[in-house]
Design a binder for this molecule. Structure first.
Ligand code: 5GP
Length: 190
């Protein structure tokens, strides 16, 4: 199997990384999204099983851990598991594309260690914690409990910025799209 490259996008929840990742994927046919497995509930009509995530029961997730099916996995929020499937990376590379990950910080560090120089690890940063809280609340998809867990985790995750290859400050989305495109093309042309 020919090996492609890997792009790891990480950030505190609510920083806009998923929007940036979706933009890149929609505009570059050489990129493929690694669909993670997750045990969290699907967000209403905005998400699809097998597109945004493979939504699994805890039992199914545990079975995959046992089968050694994950490159990495984390209990991101209490009782909610998320993991990168080896089969996703293989599927995308076999298709001649480069794989793109959208994961939280700890998983991103594991992926960077696994893929090494073959990966570019991008830390997406919001201009301030205030802005992050505003965005998370404004999304309107989270319960109060989920919001407070996400705020708490975001503050912790912000301290990991210097462990990544590059930081992308997401102040203005259009600008961030353009900056992300440059990061990708520069890494592919290296
Ligand atoms: P959400 O519930 O908002 O979709 O995702 C919560 C967090 O889990 C986000 O930071 C998201 O990027 C991260 N995440 C999604 N998939 C994975 C994965 O496979 N592994 C890890 N470690 N984190 C993931």
């Amino acid at each position: 199997m020919g090996k492609g490259k890997a792009f790891i996008f990480t950030a505190p929840s609510g920083s806009g990384k998923t929007t940036i990742v979706k933009h890149l994927l929609a505009n570059n046919p050489k990129l493929g999204f690694s669909i993670s497995a997750s045990t969290r509930d699907k967000r209403g009509r905005s998400e699809e099983n097998g597109k945004d995530y493979y939504f699994l029961s805890k039992e199914e997730f545990r079975q995959k851990i046992e089968d050694n099916a994950f490159v990495e996995w984390e209990e991101v929020y209490t009782g909610n598991y998320y993991g990168t499937l080896k089969s996703e990376v293989e599927r995308i590379w076999a298709d001649g594309r480069h794989v793109v990950f959208d994961v939280e910080v700890k998983g991103a560090l594991k992926l960077k260690e696994y893929f090494g120089d073959n990966a570019l690890a991008v830390f997406v940063k919001v201009p301030s914690m205030e802005e992050l809280k505003k965005r998370l609340t404004g999304r309107g998809t989270e319960s109060a409990e989920s919001l407070s867990q996400r705020f708490y985790r975001a503050e912790f995750e912000m301290t990991f910025e210097n462990k990544f290859d590059v930081t992308l400050v997401n102040e203005d989305l259009e600008e961030s799209f353009a900056n992300a495109e440059v990061l990708v093309s520069d890494f592919l042309n290296k």
